[in-house]
Unconditional design. Structure first.
Length: 305
């Protein structure tokens, strides 16, 4: 029986501009995504019958939220496989096996990553032969972040996050991630953003010029200063202790610190390997911080291995 294995990265948002809520409940975004070296793997094995099953394997048992990754049709990887099957009319089923490393509900698009990986894995295992562009169309239907996880590298995200366009960027960056011991719901953080901004005029979001020129120049110091996230106030309102985590990393010499997407993962830009170690060491003692990971970015998007 044919099978395919795909490696897919987590994402961070170097900036996350959020506009006023749209009629469909989503918010317009202006973001710069970066794919980082923290990967899930998804294997698709073709079945004789038409069932699509999923199993999730992880070493992340220190973080209890792993229990909430569904091993049924609610798993985003299964939804991706079903969508591809509907689109192509293929009749086969698949057994999906996810090796989970990306934190769950951490603001690093873990579920979206598995959906992107499942599209690439099933497209190969079933021999359905859709192009990258065709897979990106399906990806946008699965979630705001999914198209970027196919793309990888650095990219500007528009619309509700699903439109991805290239950005001129140089350099490889050292990141430190502080994973929280409890996830935050993306939906709840956007709802808190609306609550905080009720009655005020939220401007249309933009990608800051300072961030684009820092990336063009490959200037880590300037990038550290340009990092921004419009969901910070909302996420801190729901999880005030994250402010302490951000402060600890800055105190340890980080070039910049922000929450990843809707949080609660906090991310820190380090100047080099030694600075990254110093920040990681300082964070291990932060309360509410379940794990600290050193990483690099950018890396490629979902790829067959
Ligand atoms: C916060 C980010 O991670 C930034 O990259 C993404 O916007 C979230 O992407 P995602 O998890 O793929 O989000 P989706 O599955 O599309 O949406 C989850 C929920 O988040 C809210 N949501 C999401 C994206 C967006 N542009 N506006 C929203 O208001 C909506 O309530 C939605 O029901
Ligand atoms: N394959 C999957 N991996 C993780 N979570 C999944 C998956 N499929 C469905 N889910 C559900 O999606 C919820 C959000 O998980 P996810 O890890 O994608 O959040 P996130 O990283 O905060 O997302 P984002 O950064 O895109 O906002 C989980 O609580 C879980 O119930």
């Amino acid at each position: 029986m044919s099978s395919a294995n795909v490696r897919v990265p987590a994402k961070i948002n170097l900036c996350l501009g959020v506009g006023p809520v749209r009629d469909d409940g989503y918010h317009p975004l202006a973001t710069v995504y970066q794919a980082v070296d923290l990967h899930d793997e998804v294997r698709a094995a073709v079945r004789d019958d038409d069932r699509i099953t999923v199993t999730v394997h992880t070493d992340l048992d220190a973080r209890s939220e792993i229990a909430v990754v569904p091993e049924d049709d609610d798993n985003l990887a299964v939804k991706a496989a079903r969508l591809l099957r509907e689109r192509t009319g293929v009749s086969a089923g698949a057994d999906l096996a996810i090796r989970k490393v990306i934190p769950v509900a951490g603001g690093m698009a873990g579920g979206s990553a598995d959906a992107a990986a499942a599209l690439v894995a099933c497209n190969d295992a079933w021999g359905t032969g859709l192009s990258r562009a065709e897979l990106e169309e399906l990806a946008a239907q699965l979630g705001s972040d999914v198209p970027f996880l196919l793309h990888g590298g650095n990219a500007i995200g528009g619309g509700r996050g699903e439109t991805v366009s290239p950005v001129l960027a140089r350099g490889s960056y050292h990141w430190v991630f502080a994973m929280a011991d409890h996830g935050l719901s993306t939906k709840a953080v956007f709802a808190e953003f609306d609550r905080i901004n009720a009655g005020s005029q939220v401007p249309d979001p933009v990608v800051p010029d300072a961030l684009l020129s820092a990336l063009r120049a490959g200037d880590a110091v300037a990038l550290g200063q340009a990092l921004s996230n419009d969901l910070t106030e909302a996420a801190l309102s729901l999880r005030p202790e994250l402010a302490d985590t951000l402060a600890i990393g800055i105190e340890a010499g980080a070039l910049g610190a922000i929450l990843s997407g809707s949080g609660p993962t906090a991310l820190f830009l380090a100047s080099d390997e030694q600075n990254s170690l110093d920040i990681a060491f300082a964070l291990t003692s932060a309360s509410g911080c379940a794990d600290v990971v050193q990483s690099r970015g950018p890396v490629a998007g979902a790829r067959l291995i």
